[in-house]
Each structure stands twice: as C-alpha cells, then as structure tokens.
Design a protein. Structure first.
Ligand code: HEC
Length: 151
C-alpha cells in the first residue's frame, strides 16, 4: 500500500506536495491534485492550439495522449479515507465516496471522451477536433459539477 500511494510523479517532477499529512490517504490526495493539474495543463494546451491561427497538431497530439493516458487512472485516485470528511485538504467533494455509482459513470464518460479525442487527434484532422473538444470538456464539467468543490 505504501508503494501504491507513493508520490512518485510528484518527486519525479520535483514538485512539492499540497500539504496533506504523510499518510497513504494524504499522499493519495496530494498526488491526485497534481495529476489533475497535469490533465488541466494538457487540456489548456489543446484549447490554446485550437484557438491559434496555425494550430500545431503535434502539440495537440501530445496533450491528447497525456489526457488519454491519465483518464483510465482517475478512478484509482480516490481511495477510501482520502476525502474531505477524513480531514484532508482536497477539492474533491465527499459525494465521490457517497455516490460511487454516479462517480463511476462520470469517470467512464471521461475515459470514453478522452479515447475518442485521442483517436481523432492522432488522425490529425484539426477541423473535427473543435467539436469533439466540447464532448471532452463536457465530461470534465459533468464530473466537476457533482464531485468537485466550486471555485
Ligand atoms: C470523474 C471526475 C472528474 C473528471 C472526469 C475530471 N475531473 Fe478535474 N477534478 C476532479 C476532482 C474531484 C478534483 C479535485 C481533486 C482534489 O483536490 O482532490 C479535480 C481537480 C481538477 C483540477 C485541479 C485544480 C482544482 O481546481 O482542484 C484541474 C485543473 C482539473 N480537475 C481539470 C480537469 C479537466 C480539464 C478535465 C477534463 C479533461 C477533468 N478535470 C476531468 C474530478 C474530475
């Protein structure tokens, strides 16, 4: 278990954790936050490129691959005991743990959209990516609306 929750990606990036206790659940919450930041950064790369006058398809493809690689892992980032009710610093709502079926649906939708976006991005047709970006963004929002603290 210790290894499972070790903040390897954080250390690899040289980032500091987000201030939760050095326990398996605390490290899971911190690692989760950093991983979502990676998803957010990649999503922004895509959005910026699609807005650009001359979008760089290689940047979009790399970002799509990052998102698609992380999407199937999301459901593993919320071990029992790593929520706000456990006294941890997190933007996750306790509904992640009290509405597991609904949360599972939100993660599944994200996995599906990320795979779709990845396939279209690798095919290189920028014209259709704007439309699919709405589907992908909708799957982020669909989860955030129910399972993440409002900003
Ligand atoms: C299945 C649910 C779910 C999906 C899908 C999802 N997120 Fe999140 N996201 C969360 C939760 C929960 C947090 C809060 C994590 C924490 O603080 O422990 C979060 C946090 C974040 C953060 C970190 C900053 C913050 O406000 O806490 C960013 C950035 C982010 N998400 C972007 C995205 C983007 C972009 C997508 C889609 C490409 C996405 N997320 C898809 C649930 C989701």
């Amino acid at each position: 278990m210790r290894l499972l929750f070790a903040a390897v990606p954080l250390l690899a990036l040289g980032l500091t954790a987000c201030g939760n206790p050095d326990t398996p659940a605390g490290r899971a919450a911190d690692a989760r936050h950093e991983s979502f930041e990676q998803i957010g950064d990649a999503f922004k790369v895509v959005a910026d490129q699609l807005k650009a006058t001359a979008p760089d398809i290689t940047k979009i493809q790399a970002a799509a691959a990052t998102i698609n690689g992380l999407a199937p892992k999301v459901e593993t980032w919320f071990p029992a005991g790593s929520g706000p009710a456990d006294g941890l610093k997190t933007d996750a709502l306790q509904t992640v743990w009290t509405k597991p079926d609904q949360f599972k649906q939100a993660t599944a939708k994200f996995v599906e959209e990320a795979a779709k976006f990845q396939a279209l991005a690798q095919a290189g047709d920028i014209a259709v990516l704007g439309e699919e970006m709405k589907g992908l963004g909708g799957s982020c929002k669909g989860c955030h609306d129910n399972f993440r603290e409002k900003d």
